[in-house]
Structures are given as structure tokens and as C-alpha cells.
Design a protein around this ligand. Structure first.
Ligand SMILES: [Zn+2]
Length: 404
């Protein structure tokens, strides 16, 4: 399989068509950078991606793509027709982690662009369009049609709702043969494993009362603290990597009150769907046990401690076999451009297709960058490094879609 992938990639890279496509990427690099700036300066906080989606939609229309549409959850979809032998989806996410009001003005420092969200994942949106222009300039005819998606809901609170809709309910559900998400500049890593996560907000309630006068009454804070301590003692495997955290907490009434209500948010993760299910079951049992213990050791004459669990995040774990065709083609294409890619686990848009058994990977958009998810986020658009990465990504897409 590696040999087949390498020869497929060699064939593509030896063609005149490929040379023309790469030349077009180079000629158009200034426009690609301008598109990165334009899209970055349109804020796209979680659940508020609409304005950026609108801009991307008109750009996709201006590129002459087919079936350009906004779906029911706000993903932009567009098709570059090939010979219709299958459908390959290439996606980048619209949303950033930054809240409304964040200054998203792009600052320039040499060939660096600095702004929140510029690399994760706005650069990739512009790169998708650059690939379309390059394929058009070189008159590339792929075997599979290419579905381009600018999706919503990749970052934390979005809970992959864009991908869930695309793969489970939207008009392309059941029709996508392989999936490539382009996320952040880094070309040295190809994601083939999707870390799954379950997130809960646990609310512990009790009757509440005076801290002095009602001393001896059940206290939901003790039950919650007991739950956190029980979680901290769970032993999880390091392979497949499985983790947990008690992360955010709040509640209480006043310093001189037994609280009537406290809450904590919990984050559970694993590379393995089975381990994640096991950890989740332990977590659910220990919150109940903590409440029961508190009710057993203190007075419930005014009421009991109860626990309510609200699921606030659910990303399925999944995996694409590293020996499968898509990862092998990506590895060969990216290696052929001078990178040494490694396969990795991560939590990305690819989790959803992976969990459904559809071959899926994440690759980078090219160039370098850093400080993702911080206000100091930056990318470098120095043309040589930037173009090398973009050419590697384009080769991956061409190899996955097939060119005859
Ligand atoms: Zn991202």
C-alpha cells in the first residue's frame, strides 16, 4: 500500500497539470493572503458564524463552484464537479474560540499575520479557495466530485454540530466516500485518530440552611467534593490515552449558609470509544454514590442532596486505519513535498466521519503558525514555505479524488 500511494503521488506530481496548478497557486498567493485577512476580520464566535459563512458563500459563488448553498445549521457547501465517480469532502471550519467583541483586526509584521483565529482555522478557508483556483487554472478533472465545506461548530461549545448535520442529516449524508479536514497550518502531523469526549455539568442540590443554626444538615458541597475526589482516584489506561478533569465550578449562597446548590463541569476523554464508555459509566455512578453517601451521614430532615447531570459535550471517538488508502496517500503526498509527517490522535471535525466508519483525516493548511486559541495567534505567509504546504495539501486532495 505505501508503494501504491507513493507511485500515485509521483504520477500526479510528474504531470503538466500539476505543474500548472502549482504555478497558479504561486501567481495567486497574494490573493490567498488577502482572502485570509478578509475572512479573519469577520468575527466568527461559536454559534455566530453566519456573517463569515455569508462571505465565504459569495466567494465560493465567485469561484464558479456548483450547488453553492447554506445548509440548515449554517455550513456552506459547494461542489467542484469531477467525473462523478464518488464524492470526496474537503472542509475547514468557520468558527473560532473567541467571544463576540474580540478585536480581530489583522496586524502585519513582515510576512507574519497576527490576529485571533488567523491560523485556526481561517487560513484553511482561503486555502480551500486557492486550491479551487489552481485546479481550474490547470483544468484538472478529478474522478470523484469534490464537496467543499466551510463548517460551523468545530470548537468546544459547537460540539461538532456542523459535521453531525453534514454526515447524519444534510443532503450529503450517506454520500461522502472520504473526508479531509484542513485545520491549522502544521503539515507535520496527519490526524487519523479522533479523541472522543463527554462533558457534563453536575448540579448538586440540597435544602440549604444556616451554617451555624442548621449545622448537621446535608450539604451538597460535600457531595460534590466527594464526587471530585472519587473521580481523581479512577485509574485510566495511558494506552489508549484516557483522561478526566473537574474543570469549572460555582454555586453557593453566602459564607454563612449551607448551600442549596453547587455545580461542577467535568471533561472525560479517550482515544477509545470503549474506554470512554467505561469512564463515563464510572463517572455517572460515582456522582450518585457521592450524593447517597452525603444523605447517609448527615440529616435529611429538611430534604436530601440530589444530583442532576447535564451533558454539555459529546464527541465520538473514532479512527481511520493508518494503513488505509486515504492516510497513505496523504502521507505520501506530504512527504513528497519535504515534510516528515507523523500520524496522531486529536479532536477535530474528522471525529464524526471516523465514528461512522468513513475514511477521514486532518491535514494542515501550510506555512507556519503558533499561539492558537490565544489573542497572540499568528501565521507566517512567507511564500515559499506557505506554497510548499499548500502544494502538499493540494496533492493530497488530488490523490484522494483521483486524477486520470
Ligand atoms: Zn481548528
Amino acid at each position: 500500500m505505501p508503494e501504491q500511494a507513493e507511485s500515485a503521488v509521483r504520477r500526479i506530481m510528474a504531470s503538466d497539470t500539476y505543474a500548472r496548478a502549482v504555478a497558479a497557486l504561486r501567481v495567486e498567493h497574494g490573493r490567498t493572503v488577502a482572502d485570509i485577512v478578509r475572512l479573519t476580520e469577520i468575527p466568527a464566535p461559536p454559534f455566530r458564524e453566519a456573517e463569515r459563512a455569508g462571505a465565504f458563500l459569495s466567494m465560493a459563488q465567485a469561484h464558479g463552484l456548483g450547488d453553492v448553498a447554506l445548509d440548515d445549521v449554517g455550513n456552506v457547501t459547494a461542489v467542484r464537479r469531477g467525473r462523478g465517480e464518488g464524492l470526496i469532502c474537503v472542509a475547514a471550519h468557520l468558527d473560532t474560540v473567541f467571544p463576540p467583541g474580540t478585536d480581530v483586526t489583522v496586524r502585519l509584521d513582515g510576512t507574519r499575520l497576527l490576529a485571533p483565529g488567523v491560523g485556526d482555522d481561517t487560513r484553511s478557508l482561503a486555502v480551500l479557495l486557492a486550491w479551487v483556483r489552481a485546479m481550474d487554472a490547470a483544468e484538472v478533472r478529478t474522478r470523484a466530485d469534490i464537496l467543499l465545506v466551510a463548517d460551523v461548530g468545530e470548537e468546544g461549545p459547537g460540539d461538532l454540530r456542523g459535521m453531525r448535520h453534514l454526515f447524519q442529516r444534510g443532503e450529503y449524508a450517506g454520500r461522502i466516500d472520504a473526508f479531509i479536514t484542513v485545520d491549522s497550518p502544521e503539515m507535520g502531523r496527519i490526524t487519523t485518530g479522533g479523541v472522543g469526549s463527554k462533558r457534563y455539568r453536575a448540579r448538586f442540590r440540597g435544602p440549604g440552611g444556616h451554617s451555624y443554626g442548621a449545622f448537621g444538615l446535608v450539604n451538597p458541597m460535600y457531595a460534590m467534593a466527594d464526587a471530585v475526589a472519587r473521580l481523581s482516584r479512577i485509574e485510566v489506561p495511558s494506552t489508549p490515552r484516557t483522561t478526566y478533569s473537574a474543570s469549572v465550578t460555582g454555586g453557593g449562597t453566602s459564607i454563612n449558609s449551607i448551600p442549596d446548590h453547587v455545580w461542577t463541569e467535568f471533561d472525560l476523554r479517550s482515544e477509545s470509544a470503549d474506554e470512554l464508555a467505561r469512564l463515563e459509566a464510572q463517572f455517572l455512578a460515582l456522582t450518585e454514590a457521592a450524593a447517597a453517601t452525603e444523605n447517609a451521614v448527615r440529616s435529611t430532615t429538611s430534604g436530601q442532596v440530589t444530583v442532576e447531570l447535564e451533558k454539555i459535550g459529546d464527541r465520538p471517538a473514532g479512527r481511520t486505519d493508518e494503513e488505509a488508502e486515504l492516510p497513505r496517500l496523504a502521507h505520501a503526498a506530504i512527504s513528497a513535498h519535504g515534510f516528515t509527517p507523523a500520524f496522531e490522535f486529536s479532536s477535530t471535525d474528522a471525529n464524526i466521519p471516523m465514528s461512522l466508519g468513513i475514511p477521514a483525516i486532518k491535514i494542515g493548511s501550510g506555512g507556519t503558525g503558533g499561539r492558537g486559541h490565544s489573542l497572540q495567534e499568528w501565521i507566517d505567509v512567507e511564500p515559499e514555505a506557505s506554497l510548499r504546504g499548500m502544494a502538499a495539501g493540494l496533492t493530497t486532495v488530488l490523490a484522494a479524488a483521483g486524477v486520470s
